[in-house]
Ligand binder design. Structure first.
Ligand code: SAM
Length: 281
């Protein structure tokens, strides 16, 4: 006979759940989910399947960071006497998923907060890509609009770190193309369907990956990983001019040259001279 499961202490339990393979739910995560007084969820249909897998039913409370303030206030008030688990549809809550505002409010109110670590697509992709992992910059989804996307890529590309981005199949080709235009032909990886039957990691320079996905976006969930600057040949002169032109719309000449130098690994003085020449052309 099973002993009565120990009741959880009141507080917020941040529980990572599988990103594809249900076998990746940790025993500790399953135990917390089975014992929590309630579970704050993104989509109750998705979490119901997970609970069904571990043979339990719990009260579910829909939660998003953009939920009305009273939803969060109510959840935080409950934490004084109840154990509430926070999950997202897949992976680690708060990572391109809801939760940060709830954790902040729970912390401000002095409640216990416990994390139950587990799957995260960004980290799993890094382990597959074969690119430097000592410094990485996770940036979630890039903006969809072209100008905002370009600005963000330039900003991120200047950082000496491997970039980790979430993306969807239909947008993959456009995003790889934008990364190539603004960062040059860096090494990269497209990881897909991690922990599922059709898991794959395709590696190569951005131009190779652009060709590979020219026929249209692949199905499934995707993480793009891009090597840090300075490890790839610099962009073609035309692309450098395009970068400079874009930077000059936002910055004075010296700053524009410095930004493009950081993103491409090219010499700042050469870029400044090129910017001067472009102005005089
Ligand atoms: N919180 C989640 C985590 O810890 O990874 C991420 C949630 S975010 C809304 C969903 C995105 O994560 C997907 O669009 C995809 O880019 C990435 N992702 C999630 N599961 C994945 C998988 N199995 N393989 C590849 N990428 C995945």
């Amino acid at each position: 006979m099973n002993p009565t499961p120990e009741r959880l202490d009141p507080g917020l339990y941040i529980v990572a759940t599988p990103i594809g393979n249900l076998g990746d739910l940790s025993p500790r995560a399953a135990s917390i989910l089975a014992r929590a007084d309630a579970i704050a969820v993104e989509d109750s249909r998705v979490t119901a399947k997970l609970l069904n897998h571990i043979g339990t039913k719990r009260r579910m409370i829909p939660y998003h960071d953009h939920s009305a303030d009273h939803v969060r206030t109510d959840l935080v008030a409950r934490l004084a006497t109840e154990s509430i688990a926070l999950v997202s549809d897949a992976g680690t809550p708060l990572i391109s998923d809801p939760g940060y505002k709830l954790v902040r409010a729970a912390r401000a109110a002095g409640h216990a907060i416990v994390t139950i670590p587990g799957p995260c697509a960004a980290i799993a992709a890094l382990t597959l890509a074969g690119l430097p992992t000592d410094r990485f910059l996770f940036a979630g989804f890039l903006p969809v609009k072209e100008k905002a996307k370009a600005d963000t890529i330039l900003e991120l590309g200047a950082v000496r770190a491997t970039l980790v981005l979430y993306e969807s199949g239909p947008r993959l080709h456009a995003t790889l193309t934008a990364l190539h235009t603004h960062l040059g032909d860096r090494d990269a990886a497209v990881t897909r369907e991690i922990s599922k039957a059709y898991e794959e990691a395709v590696t190569g320079t951005l131009s190779v990956l652009i060709d590979r996905y020219a026929e249209g976006g692949p199905r499934g969930e995707i993480v793009i990983v891009v090597a840090p600057p300075g490890e790839a040949p610099p962009p073609e002169p035309d692309a450098v001019d395009a970068l400079l032109r874009d930077a000059l719309t936002r910055l004075p000449m010296a700053k524009a040259a410095a930004e493009v130098a950081k993103a491409t690994g090219l010499d700042k003085r050469d870029l400044y001279a090129r910017a001067l020449a472009m102005r005089d052309e």
